[in-house]
Write a protein that binds this ligand. Structure first.
Ligand SMILES: [Zn+2]
Ligand SMILES: [Zn+2]
Length: 138
């Protein structure tokens, strides 16, 4: 029984290494992203879902300063005044812009169903073509 498991494990390991090694051998594939701002390929890089939302810059409702929120679950703390918000307060706050997670550019964002959702539903980067979508299109 143990011998059998060893054989299975060895085979799995060989298969795994066959997949991984060619990538390791290529010094340019540290990142597995299909596109990058340097290459300007037609491949569109992107994410779907609120959990994969790009960082945003929000406007502090108290003092008007910009507040960085690096991710959808991060606290929203104003660097200028003492205002502190939870990520649950996000719909109440004004979004200045999304930050492209690939190239760092400001992204254009908008809503598709303003009656149904009170948060941005898409954001797109005109620099590297990265696109984020709240939900798959129906
Ligand atoms: Zn503030
Ligand atoms: Zn970008």
């Amino acid at each position: 029984m143990m011998e059998f498991l060893k054989v299975v494990f060895a085979r799995l390991r060989a298969a795994f290494e066959a997949v991984v090694n060619p990538l390791k051998a290529d010094p340019d594939s540290k990142s597995f992203r299909l596109s990058s701002p340097e290459t300007h390929t037609t491949t569109i890089d992107g994410d779907v879902g609120w959990g994969h939302r790009p960082p945003v810059v929000l406007r502090c409702p108290r003092c008007g300063a910009n507040i960085d929120q690096p991710g959808p679950r991060a606290d929203i703390d104003c660097p200028r005044c003492v205002a502190e918000f939870s990520h649950e307060d996000f719909p109440e706050l004004e979004v200045e812009y999304f930050v492209c997670p690939v190239c760092g550019n400001q992204m254009e964002h908008g809503q598709r169903h303003p009656q149904a959702f009170d948060v941005p539903e898409w954001a797109t980067c005109h620099n590297c073509r990265y696109h984020w979508e709240f939900k798959h299109s129906y």
